[in-house]
Design a protein around this ligand. Structure first.
Ligand code: ZN
Length: 227
Protein backbone atom coordinates (compact mmCIF):
# COMPACT_ATOMS: atom_id res chain seq x y z
CA UNK A 1 0.00 0.00 0.00
CA UNK A 2 1.33 3.45 -0.84
CA UNK A 3 0.92 6.37 1.49
CA UNK A 4 2.33 9.11 -0.75
CA UNK A 5 1.00 12.61 -0.14
CA UNK A 6 0.25 14.92 -3.03
CA UNK A 7 0.11 18.59 -2.09
CA UNK A 8 -2.28 20.78 -4.02
CA UNK A 9 -2.27 24.57 -3.93
CA UNK A 10 -4.27 24.61 -0.69
CA UNK A 11 -1.88 22.12 0.86
CA UNK A 12 1.10 24.24 -0.06
CA UNK A 13 -0.60 27.32 1.40
CA UNK A 14 -1.05 25.45 4.68
CA UNK A 15 2.56 24.33 4.54
CA UNK A 16 3.67 27.95 4.01
CA UNK A 17 1.92 28.84 7.24
CA UNK A 18 3.60 26.02 9.11
CA UNK A 19 7.10 26.47 7.74
CA UNK A 20 9.43 28.85 9.55
CA UNK A 21 9.80 32.31 8.01
CA UNK A 22 12.69 32.72 5.62
CA UNK A 23 14.32 35.80 4.11
CA UNK A 24 12.89 36.53 0.64
CA UNK A 25 16.24 38.00 -0.38
CA UNK A 26 18.56 35.11 0.41
CA UNK A 27 16.55 32.26 1.92
CA UNK A 28 18.12 32.49 5.38
CA UNK A 29 15.75 31.42 8.13
CA UNK A 30 14.40 33.58 10.91
CA UNK A 31 12.88 36.74 9.37
CA UNK A 32 11.17 37.94 6.17
CA UNK A 33 14.19 40.15 5.37
CA UNK A 34 17.44 39.33 7.18
CA UNK A 35 19.71 42.12 8.41
CA UNK A 36 22.27 41.47 5.66
CA UNK A 37 19.63 41.82 2.92
CA UNK A 38 18.00 44.81 4.68
CA UNK A 39 21.30 46.66 4.22
CA UNK A 40 20.42 47.15 0.53
CA UNK A 41 17.87 49.77 1.63
CA UNK A 42 20.27 52.05 3.46
CA UNK A 43 21.05 54.33 0.52
CA UNK A 44 19.15 57.15 -1.13
CA UNK A 45 19.63 57.72 -4.86
CA UNK A 46 18.40 60.86 -6.62
CA UNK A 47 16.43 59.82 -9.69
CA UNK A 48 16.36 61.92 -12.84
CA UNK A 49 13.62 61.17 -15.36
CA UNK A 50 12.50 63.35 -18.24
CA UNK A 51 8.86 62.55 -17.42
CA UNK A 52 9.10 64.44 -14.12
CA UNK A 53 11.81 66.93 -15.04
CA UNK A 54 9.62 69.86 -13.99
CA UNK A 55 8.12 68.00 -11.04
CA UNK A 56 9.14 67.36 -7.45
CA UNK A 57 12.51 65.77 -6.56
CA UNK A 58 12.49 62.00 -6.95
CA UNK A 59 14.52 59.43 -5.01
CA UNK A 60 14.91 55.68 -4.63
CA UNK A 61 16.60 53.69 -1.90
CA UNK A 62 18.52 51.52 -4.34
CA UNK A 63 18.67 50.02 -7.83
CA UNK A 64 16.12 47.45 -8.97
CA UNK A 65 18.42 44.44 -9.11
CA UNK A 66 19.77 41.56 -7.06
CA UNK A 67 18.46 41.28 -3.50
CA UNK A 68 16.37 44.46 -3.75
CA UNK A 69 14.61 43.16 -6.86
CA UNK A 70 13.94 39.78 -5.24
CA UNK A 71 12.44 41.45 -2.16
CA UNK A 72 10.24 43.79 -4.22
CA UNK A 73 8.99 40.95 -6.44
CA UNK A 74 8.33 38.70 -3.45
CA UNK A 75 6.12 41.35 -1.83
CA UNK A 76 4.40 42.32 -5.07
CA UNK A 77 4.00 39.04 -6.94
CA UNK A 78 4.61 36.16 -4.56
CA UNK A 79 2.27 36.96 -1.73
CA UNK A 80 4.97 37.74 0.83
CA UNK A 81 2.86 40.16 2.85
CA UNK A 82 5.29 39.81 5.72
CA UNK A 83 7.69 41.99 3.70
CA UNK A 84 5.46 45.08 3.88
CA UNK A 85 6.73 45.87 7.39
CA UNK A 86 10.49 45.76 6.71
CA UNK A 87 10.14 47.43 3.29
CA UNK A 88 7.81 50.11 4.69
CA UNK A 89 10.29 50.72 7.51
CA UNK A 90 13.05 51.12 4.92
CA UNK A 91 10.98 53.78 3.12
CA UNK A 92 10.46 55.57 6.43
CA UNK A 93 14.19 55.58 7.11
CA UNK A 94 14.83 57.02 3.63
CA UNK A 95 12.17 59.69 4.12
CA UNK A 96 13.56 60.88 7.43
CA UNK A 97 16.73 61.88 5.61
CA UNK A 98 14.78 63.98 3.08
CA UNK A 99 14.21 67.65 3.93
CA UNK A 100 10.66 67.20 2.57
CA UNK A 101 9.72 65.09 5.58
CA UNK A 102 10.69 67.69 8.16
CA UNK A 103 8.66 70.71 9.06
CA UNK A 104 5.34 71.51 10.61
CA UNK A 105 2.20 69.50 10.07
CA UNK A 106 1.63 65.92 9.04
CA UNK A 107 3.35 64.12 6.23
CA UNK A 108 0.77 62.63 3.89
CA UNK A 109 1.90 59.46 2.15
CA UNK A 110 0.14 58.83 -1.14
CA UNK A 111 0.67 55.32 -2.54
CA UNK A 112 1.03 55.06 -6.31
CA UNK A 113 -2.11 53.25 -7.49
CA UNK A 114 -2.15 49.65 -8.67
CA UNK A 115 -4.46 48.34 -11.36
CA UNK A 116 -7.62 47.23 -9.55
CA UNK A 117 -7.48 43.74 -11.09
CA UNK A 118 -3.86 43.26 -10.02
CA UNK A 119 -4.57 44.52 -6.49
CA UNK A 120 -7.52 42.13 -6.19
CA UNK A 121 -5.34 39.19 -7.16
CA UNK A 122 -2.74 40.23 -4.58
CA UNK A 123 -5.27 40.68 -1.81
CA UNK A 124 -4.97 44.48 -1.77
CA UNK A 125 -2.60 47.14 -3.04
CA UNK A 126 0.96 46.23 -2.13
CA UNK A 127 2.07 49.90 -2.27
CA UNK A 128 -0.71 50.84 0.16
CA UNK A 129 0.64 48.16 2.53
CA UNK A 130 4.11 49.69 2.17
CA UNK A 131 2.73 53.18 2.87
CA UNK A 132 0.95 52.00 6.03
CA UNK A 133 4.14 50.52 7.43
CA UNK A 134 6.11 53.57 6.30
CA UNK A 135 3.73 55.77 8.31
CA UNK A 136 4.29 53.57 11.37
CA UNK A 137 8.06 53.90 10.89
CA UNK A 138 7.82 57.69 10.60
CA UNK A 139 5.67 57.95 13.71
CA UNK A 140 8.25 55.86 15.57
CA UNK A 141 10.76 58.55 14.60
CA UNK A 142 8.47 61.29 15.92
CA UNK A 143 7.26 62.41 12.47
CA UNK A 144 3.50 62.84 12.27
CA UNK A 145 2.45 60.84 9.24
CA UNK A 146 -0.71 59.54 7.72
CA UNK A 147 -1.57 57.52 4.65
CA UNK A 148 -3.70 59.19 1.99
CA UNK A 149 -4.74 56.52 -0.53
CA UNK A 150 -6.38 59.06 -2.84
CA UNK A 151 -5.27 57.80 -6.25
CA UNK A 152 -7.03 55.21 -8.39
CA UNK A 153 -6.21 53.79 -11.78
CA UNK A 154 -9.29 53.86 -13.97
CA UNK A 155 -10.15 50.73 -15.91
CA UNK A 156 -8.33 50.31 -19.18
CA UNK A 157 -4.75 50.68 -18.00
CA UNK A 158 -2.59 47.74 -19.07
CA UNK A 159 0.17 46.05 -17.13
CA UNK A 160 3.14 48.34 -17.85
CA UNK A 161 5.72 45.55 -18.08
CA UNK A 162 7.44 45.73 -21.47
CA UNK A 163 6.13 49.20 -22.35
CA UNK A 164 8.59 51.98 -23.21
CA UNK A 165 8.44 55.49 -21.75
CA UNK A 166 6.05 56.84 -24.37
CA UNK A 167 3.76 53.80 -24.19
CA UNK A 168 3.70 53.97 -20.38
CA UNK A 169 2.71 57.64 -20.50
CA UNK A 170 -0.03 56.90 -23.05
CA UNK A 171 -1.22 53.95 -20.96
CA UNK A 172 -1.76 56.23 -17.95
CA UNK A 173 -2.99 59.38 -19.71
CA UNK A 174 -6.22 60.47 -18.09
CA UNK A 175 -6.48 57.23 -16.12
CA UNK A 176 -5.14 58.37 -12.74
CA UNK A 177 -8.15 59.52 -10.73
CA UNK A 178 -8.16 61.45 -7.48
CA UNK A 179 -10.64 60.71 -4.71
CA UNK A 180 -11.33 64.35 -3.96
CA UNK A 181 -13.35 63.71 -0.78
CA UNK A 182 -10.32 62.39 1.08
CA UNK A 183 -7.66 64.79 -0.15
CA UNK A 184 -5.11 66.30 2.22
CA UNK A 185 -5.53 70.03 2.75
CA UNK A 186 -3.85 72.35 0.23
CA UNK A 187 -0.32 73.09 1.39
CA UNK A 188 0.05 69.69 3.10
CA UNK A 189 3.38 67.92 2.71
CA UNK A 190 2.47 65.14 0.29
CA UNK A 191 4.93 62.41 -0.63
CA UNK A 192 4.24 59.94 -3.40
CA UNK A 193 5.45 56.38 -2.72
CA UNK A 194 6.06 53.55 -5.17
CA UNK A 195 7.93 50.26 -5.25
CA UNK A 196 9.74 50.53 -8.59
CA UNK A 197 10.44 53.72 -10.52
CA UNK A 198 10.96 52.84 -14.17
CA UNK A 199 10.43 55.59 -16.73
CA UNK A 200 8.83 57.96 -14.22
CA UNK A 201 5.58 57.89 -16.22
CA UNK A 202 3.55 56.68 -13.22
CA UNK A 203 5.01 59.32 -10.92
CA UNK A 204 4.43 62.02 -13.53
CA UNK A 205 0.80 60.99 -14.05
CA UNK A 206 0.18 60.88 -10.28
CA UNK A 207 1.84 64.27 -9.67
CA UNK A 208 -0.17 65.80 -12.51
CA UNK A 209 -3.47 64.37 -11.25
CA UNK A 210 -2.80 65.63 -7.73
CA UNK A 211 -1.74 69.06 -9.02
CA UNK A 212 -4.98 69.34 -10.98
CA UNK A 213 -6.79 68.58 -7.71
CA UNK A 214 -4.89 71.42 -6.01
CA UNK A 215 -2.35 69.24 -4.21
CA UNK A 216 1.40 69.71 -4.64
CA UNK A 217 3.73 66.73 -4.19
CA UNK A 218 6.94 67.68 -2.34
CA UNK A 219 8.88 64.49 -3.16
CA UNK A 220 8.59 61.09 -4.80
CA UNK A 221 10.23 58.10 -3.13
CA UNK A 222 10.52 54.63 -4.59
CA UNK A 223 12.01 51.56 -2.99
CA UNK A 224 13.96 50.96 -6.18
CA UNK A 225 14.81 52.53 -9.52
CA UNK A 226 15.17 50.46 -12.66
CA UNK A 227 18.12 50.89 -14.98
ZN1 ZN B 1 18.55 37.71 3.48
Amino acid sequence: MTTGISLGRAGRAVLDLLLPTCCAGCGAGGSPCCSACAAVWWGLVPVARAAVASGPPMFALTRYRGVARRLVLAQKERGRRDLAAPLGAALARGLTSLPASTGKGDVHLVPAPSRASAARLRGGSHVLALARHCAVGLRNEGVRAQVAPVLRLAAGARDAVGLDAEQRAANLRGRVRVASWRLPEPGARVILLDDVITTGATAAACVRALREAGIGVVAVLGLTVAG
